[in-house]
Each structure stands twice: as C-alpha cells, then as structure tokens.
Ligand binder design. Structure first.
Ligand SMILES: [Zn+2]
Length: 327
C-alpha cells in the first residue's frame, strides 16, 4: 500500500493528506490548516504508522516549531480519531455527542484483538483480517476530545476561521463538518464518501442526505470527503442523488414486504452502482434503515452490522462455498 508523501494544497493554507482508500476500510483523509504561526488538523489517522507518515508529509508546511495546536474530530470512528493519542499537547475538539460516541467506540487494542484473533474461517474473521489486518493498533491510548460543543463553534487558527457545524446524527451520532468560509472549503467527515459505497452507523439515511444538503448550502468550491478524492459541489450533488436513490430503493423493497436480508440481497444482485467499490456495505445501509423504519428500540452495533456485510463479501469472494449451496 502506498501512502501519500505530500499533502495536496486545495486552498490557501488548506492541505489534504488523501491516502488512496478506495476499495477498503480505514484510510481516511486528514486536513491540515496552517495560518501565520498556527496549525490545526481535521481528523487524525488510524494508526501510529499512518500518523507518522502524515506528520512527515506535513513537515514542510508546518509553522516554525512544527506544532499542531488544534485537532478537530469530525466524528469518533477510529479511522478519524485513534491518532489523537499522538497529539498530547493539542486541544482536541468534537461535538458533545461525538464524545458520548467515543466512550462507546471500540478502542485500538480491542480492535487489534478482534482483527488478529478472530477465526479467519468465519466470514467475519476473514473479512476483518482482509480489510484491517494491515493495521497495527497496538500501544495506542484511547484519547478523546478535551473540548466539546453542541450546535456550532467558531475557531481561529492564525488568521483563518474554522466553523464547526454539528450535523449528526447522520453517519454517527456526533458528526461535525468543518467550514472554512474564506477559503471556500468544507471538510465533510464521513457524511460524504467518494469512490465507494458509503457506510453509515447512525442514520436514518434522510439525516445523512440532510447533512449533505447543509454542505451544499454553504456553497463551497472544494469539498473534502471523509474518504476518497477531493471534489466540489458537482460531485457532492451527484452523491446526494445516489443517497436519495439508494434510500428510495430500500424503502421500495420494504414496501414490497421483503425483510432486510432479502432487500440487501436484491440490492447486491442488481447492484445499481457497479462503478463503486465495497457493495457489501449496502447490507449495512439496508439493515440500519430498516431498523429506523421499524422503529427498533435500539440500533444494531457496528459488529452486528458488519457481520452481514462480511457474509456478502465472503460469498462473493468464495463462490461455491455458500452454506448448503452446491453451486
Ligand atoms: Zn471513516
């Protein structure tokens, strides 16, 4: 796996570390904001190794002394926040709901155990190792935010204004987008993915679509997704159409009386977006959306949701190995 040795400058003082994460989990974009003698980072990488690579790539852009004084977490998933532990002197900011989510998110050591000690003969164990086996999470201290807010918070980094806007629950319960009005940039976190099917953990999908509309209403020139290549409003509008279409397909299948597993299987079979990777994520979206539509008392946790996706990916990768299937 190649990781970027340079950040992409997308506007004055706004630089994106954009690993090629299409087709897998965990490689998220991080955005470095520099102005005068200050620097801030939107999201931290998944592992110690990735954080070291990011910092090496960022070095030439950092102010004298190289200090990153502010870290913003768009949400509490590990691929955006585990790296917090490598910024012990920074103020780490998330939404209050994001802090609550961080308390329930599996920690790095826990994930390491799960990935490296699950039975790889099972679809879940195979899938976890396939996508997360390359990561070493050992020795990373779970590090949550040191400052939280609800609604909106405006920060200044040097002469640059960062508007933090809470848009969750959407991808997770505590999602935040970061708007740099003068630079015309919005960092969306995972309310927007580019290149792969999306995955969401909180929902319902209408909330994610609302979050995307909030980004569009800010009229940005540059949109930095949580994962995948940097785009603009055109790509984001196309993404909104995709989200609305997937949502409508799931709702229609439910109205036809299909259960969540049947609906997911039908979506996978017809695969309306063959250009996008990670089609098994449709299982997660379907299960989550059904739970909202059925007003289930609690929404399933990530492992439960990933299990269905793992099964679908396993079947696709091992044709003829389906339980009870002689084909
Ligand atoms: Zn992510």
């Amino acid at each position: 796996m190649d990781y970027p040795e340079r950040l992409i400058t997308v506007a004055d003082g706004v630089h994106v570390w954009a690993p090629d994460g299409v087709g897998t989990w965990g490689l998220a974009n991080c955005v470095l904001v520099t102005s005068r003698d200050e620097a801030a980072l939107v999201d931290t990488p998944y592992t110690t190794d990735l954080t070291e690579r990011l910092l090496a790539a960022a070095q030439p852009l950092l102010p004298p002394g190289g200090r990153i004084g502010t870290v913003v977490n768009t949400h509490a998933n590990g691929d955006h926040a585990y790296g917090n532990c490598h910024f012990p002197d920074a103020e780490i900011i998330s939404s209050e709901a994001g802090l609550e989510h961080a308390r329930n998110e599996p920690g790095p050591e826990q994930l390491h155990q799960l990935v490296h000690h699950s039975d790889r003969g099972t679809p879940l164990g195979w899938y976890l190792y396939e996508h997360f086996g390359r990561y070493d999470f050992r020795g990373m201290e779970p590090t949550g935010p040191t400052r939280t807010f609800s609604g909106e918070l405006t920060l200044t980094v040097g002469a640059t204004e960062l508007r933090l806007i809470e848009v969750g629950p959407a991808h997770t319960t505590g999602d935040v987008i970061v708007h740099l009005p003068e630079q015309g940039v919005v960092c969306t976190g995972d309310v927007y993915f580019e290149g792969d099917h999306v995955v969401h953990w909180a929902g319902p999908l209408s909330r994610v679509a609302d979050a995307v509309r909030t980004v569009l209403d800010l009229d940005p020139a540059v949109v930095v997704p949580g994962h995948g290549p940097v785009g603009g409003p055109r790509e984001l509008r196309a993404h909104l159409a995709y989200l609305e279409d997937i949502t409508a397909r799931i709702h229609a299948l439910r109205e036809q009386g299909r259960d969540a597993a049947e609906a997911a299987a039908e979506l996978l079979r017809t695969d309306p977006y063959p250009r996008l990777g990670m089609p098994e994520r449709l299982c997660i979206l379907t299960e989550l959306e059904y739970q909202h539509l059925d007003a289930a008392p609690t929404v399933a946790g990530p492992i439960q949701l990933v299990t269905a996706a793992a099964r679908a990916a396993f079947d696709r990768a091992h044709p003829g190995h389906r339980d009870g299937d002689q084909g």
